[in-house]
Design a protein around this ligand. Structure first.
Ligand SMILES: NC(=O)c1ccc[n+]([C@@H]2O[C@H](COP(=O)([O-])OP(=O)(O)OC[C@H]3O[C@@H](n4cnc5c(N)ncnc54)[C@H](O)[C@@H]3O)[C@@H](O)[C@H]2O)c1
Length: 327
């Protein structure tokens, strides 16, 4: 199998690459358990090399279709399309968001179509496709109504994946990812960045600012679970998905106040006190348009799973990130 990950230097792309290398196989045309011979990681930002003979790292802009044409060839059996301009940046730079999140997604699908090799394509969408006046729990089948350019670009991507699949050009699957927390490293330009920052920074002994009110409700998934879900999506039989290839992933519905209370229970009051509450209207207004909980019976029946509790997510971050730094 020749597998391509766009956004292969990013937070999720890097973890997915490691998980695929460790797993060693995916489902291909000849069935499950096909050996991954080559893993191509594509990103505009170079990253420290993953030392594995199966890895090919390619640096370039996926919005440049000549470049993308050289990355996806007739031997490509699977594409995990993760490269994106995240929400805050796509809102700040409309043209850039359109170019990467929409134009490059269409170009990628077009390359697959003209190559006629029908790869499996897993597209990372987002809960930002929902918006407007939403009920406490968003029912399945709710129409998309994005309130950001990023959400709009993701919603269009989902429809394209559906149509290219219906026409038999690709075998696609789109996952609506919840906000992923706890993301290690530094804050990024996503409007949801605080959902990791208010846990990560205090645990690192640093102050954090919470830009939304304590009752703001988030739909969350851990880094480990999102990787499981991306691989699971690839492995699913297309027949199980039906005519709509989009799956809203299960998550944990947690208010920001509950997130901070969980941090206090796991790490103690001194750590939780490092958070300062300072409402940022721009962030708070956008976060309020996202769903705080989604009905995911369909996703669960397909075998997708969320985390058990937010406390377990914090412990996972401490085990993975803090202990590896100490050791
Ligand atoms: N992390 C989350 O909370 C979350 C939530 C919902 C959806 N998603 C989606 O999941 C995917 C991965 O997210 P992430 O958190 O790893 O983001 P990330 O920003 O860490 O990774 C995205 C990668 O895409 C690369 N990229 C951007 N423009 C590019 C271009 N023109 N050409 C090539 N590469 C380019 C970036 O350099 C980056 O490494 C994205 O599509 C994102 O929209 C993430």
């Amino acid at each position: 199998m020749n597998v391509v990950i766009t956004g292969g230097a990013g937070f999720i792309g890097r973890r997915l690459a490691r998980a695929l290398l460790e797993r060693g196989t995916l489902t291909g045309l000849a069935g499950p358990g096909q050996k991954i011979d080559q893993l191509t990681l594509v990103d505009v930002t170079p990253a420290p090399a993953l030392r594995d003979p199966r890895v090919r790292e390619v640096t370039g802009d996926i919005a440049d279709s000549a470049f993308l044409n050289g990355v996806i060839d007739g031997e490509t059996t699977s594409v995990f399309h993760l490269a994106a301009i995240v929400s805050g940046m796509a809102e700040a730079d409309f043209a850039l968001g359109m170019r990467v999140n929409l134009d490059a997604t269409r170009a990628l699908l077009e390359i697959c179509r003209t190559r006629r090799h029908v790869p499996r394509v897993v597209f990372s969408s987002s809960v930002a496709v929902f918006g407007g006046a939403l009920p406490e729990v968003v029912p399945e089948g709710t129409a998309v109504n994005p309130q950001s350019s990023y959400g709009t670009q993701k919603a269009i991507g989902e429809l394209l994946v559906n149509d290219y699949s219906r026409r038999g050009f690709i075998d696609g699957r789109s996952l609506r990812l919840p906000t992923i927390s706890v993301r290690p490293g530094r804050p990024n330009a996503a409007l949801s960045s605080f959902a990791s920052g208010i846990i990560r920074e205090p645990l690192n002994g640093e102050p954090a600012i919470c830009p939304v009110d304590a009752d703001a409700r988030m739909w969350l998934l851990s880094p480990a679970r999102v990787i499981d879900c991306l691989i699971h999506a690839h492995e699913l039989d297309a027949a199980a998905l039906g005519t709509d290839r989009t799956v809203a992933l299960p998550g944990l519905s947690v208010s920001v106040g509950e997130m901070v209370a969980s941090l206090e229970r796991v790490a103690g009051p001194d750590v939780a006190e490092r958070i300062r509450w300072a409402r940022d209207e721009r962030v708070a207004r956008m976060v309020a348009t996202w769903p705080g909980a989604i009905e995911t019976t369909h996703a669960q029946s397909l075998g997708f799973r969320a985390d058990d509790t937010f406390e377990s997510v914090i412990r996972q971050y401490m085990d993975d990130e803090l202990s590896s730094r100490r050791g």
